[in-house]
Ligand binder design. Structure first.
Ligand code: FAD
Length: 292
């Protein structure tokens, strides 16, 4: 289950009281939480988000829409990024709120992906009232917290995922060995190298995070390495086991098909590959910004 490794630390750091109250059920696995950041017109340009949380006498009233919230179909709570400032404030004036999904006015509409995975959802907030004590950190601190959270999403998730990808690669190698198609050795080697680049980079990142240090923009390197390794591993399935991917209908083949399709999303979720390259170009290599 993903999510805990992403949301745990931001909550402990910015909202210890909420963490004490709610984290034990999440850590026990009795609850699933989702992350409500993206909107129909605010994905890469997250600072353009429009979901509002307006002050009332006793708390906040939330109105707006979120998309692609992973695991929202089974979530009890949503870590929501909403606008508490003015529409033109960009990344200033955003706040993070832990919203109980059973509050009146919260509606979740499942999104079924081409993979057949149905854990995503669109979230609609229609005059949803929440108490101020559900604000994570301070009002207006949402962007800082979201950027902190994304380091865990891009770093911890990459570390966890490389373990899964290593076991997948071993299974693919075992399945392709009898066929021994031309060029398969070189292709497997390329995927293995990509996976090990990811492993070493993510290992370094996880060590930094666990020492309380922030990898900042270098985390974009891990995100790119993850997408590259994941897609190279599953390209092997497409190229070396095409009949399994396309024709077989036994459960293991169906799972492989779903994992292959999901691997295409690795260069989208958590920030697209293009956005990571922009970050690396501008903030690490100090190249001039694109004319926009
Ligand atoms: C499997 C999956 C799970 C997800 N889970 C969640 C979740 O749990 N919570 C959540 O909030 N969101 C989630 N998302 C949404 C994800 O964060 C967004 O899809 C992602 O940030 C891209 O935003 P977008 O889809 O709106 O694409 P857009 O931002 O519209 O981008 C479209 C294309 O334009 C490119 N582009 C955009 N701006 C630039 C630029 N400045 N320079 C160069 N290229 C650019 C992009 O790289 C992309 O190729 C998930 C997405 C997927 C696929």
């Amino acid at each position: 289950m993903t999510g805990l490794e992403v949301m745990l630390n931001p909550l402990v750091r910015y909202a210890p009281t909420l963490a004490i109250r709610h984290l034990s059920v999440y850590v026990r696995g009795d609850e699933v939480w989702c992350q409500g950041f993206s909107e129909p017109d605010a994905g890469s340009d997250l600072a353009a988000l429009r979901c509002r949380a307006d002050r009332t006498r006793s708390g906040l009233r939330i109105n707006g829409q979120k998309v692609w919230a992973s695991f929202s179909a089974s979530s009890s709570r949503c870590l929501l990024l909403a606008r508490t400032g003015q529409p033109g404030d960009g990344n200033r004036g955003l706040s993070m709120i832990l919203v109980d999904m059973s509050r009146p006015g919260v509606v979740m509409v499942p999104t079924v992906a081409a993979t057949g995975r149905d854990e995503f959802g669109e979230l609609f907030f229609d005059d949803v009232e929440v108490d101020l004590e559900n604000v994570v950190g301070e009002i207006g601190q949402g962007w800082e917290i979201a950027m902190y959270l994304l380091q865990w999403e891009r770093g911890m998730y990459a570390w966890q995922r490389q373990g899964f990808l290593h076991s997948q690669l071993m299974e693919i190698v075992a399945a392709t060995r009898p066929a021994n198609r031309a060029g398969s050795g070189e292709r497997v080697g390329r995927a293995y190298l990509a996976l090990n680049r990811l492993r070493f980079s993510a290992f370094h990142t996880v060590n930094l995070l666990s020492a309380g240090k922030m990898p900042a923009e270098t985390i974009s390197v891990d995100k790119l390495l993850l997408a590259n390794a994941e897609q190279l591993v599953f390209d092997l399935v497409r190229d070396l086991l095409p009949e399994k991917l396309v024709l077989d209908d036994e459960p293991a083949a169906r799972q492989l098909r779903s994992d292959f399709l999901f691997s295409r999303a690795a260069s989208v979720y958590g920030g697209t590959a293009e956005i990571q390259r922009n970050i690396i170009a501008e903030r690490i290599l100090r190249l001039p910004r694109d004319a926009r």
